[in-house]
Design a protein around this ligand. Structure first.
Ligand SMILES: [Zn+2]
Length: 202
């Protein structure tokens, strides 16, 4: 027969387990989380970002993509809410409506906010016309086997109609600078120009 004290001890440890928090932090939490930066932090107070330099670094930080699925998507992706003065006029080409929310990698969220706020501060918001995609697990167009940064939610396409792949980009220098100052690499500098494309990786 079980000793009554043992039953009480088991009951106590069960109760303790109910109230103790599991450690849900991923092994490689984004810098924002590690430093507990709230999402609505003003741009001048934002922390220096983490930006990967190569596809190998990307794979190491964000994990493998297998059978067109990114295994760690759930740990890294989040929703960026576009500022309310920007959203209605920034047309999502997929829906024909304004762009209220964008599903992005946590690492890119702050940089994207900074880029948009810089466009506003520079009076260049009218140049931001369309949102043409962010997260999409796929290879670089025309380069089978080379993972696109879109696969990790680390790239965003804008104004695609006027800045098509392989064509001379139409974005102004000031517009591009708002993104590159925020940490993005612009596809307009690639040997095969991709003017619509900004990626949060080298
Ligand atoms: Zn792109």
């Amino acid at each position: 027969m079980t000793h009554p004290n043992l039953i009480i001890m088991n009951l106590l440890s069960f109760l303790v387990s109910l109230f103790s928090k599991p450690d849900s932090k991923p092994d490689q939490a984004p810098l924002q989380q590690q430093q507990n930066v709230p999402d609505d932090k003003p741009m001048e107070l934002k922390q220096k970002f983490v930006k990967v330099g190569s596809s190998d670094e990307g794979k190491e930080r964000y994990g493998e993509i297998k059978d067109q699925k990114w295994v760690n998507e759930g740990a890294w992706m989040t929703v960026y809410v576009v500022p309310i003065d920007i959203a209605p006029k920034w047309i999502n080409t997929a829906t024909g409506k304004g762009t209220g929310k964008i599903y992005v990698n946590k690492d890119m969220k702050t940089a994207l906010d900074q880029a948009l706020c810089s466009l506003r501060a520079s009076g260049l918001l009218s140049e931001l016309k369309t949102f043409d995609g962010c997260f999409c697990v796929r290879d670089v167009r025309g380069v089978p086997g080379k993972t696109s940064w879109h696969s990790y939610g680390l790239a965003i396409d804008v104004n695609a109609a006027e800045n098509a792949l392989g064509k001379d980009p139409k974005l102004s220098t000031g517009f591009v600078k708002c993104f590159t100052d925020a940490g993005f690499t612009w596809g307009g500098t690639f040997s095969r120009k991709d003017g619509m494309h900004f990626q949060f990786a080298e």
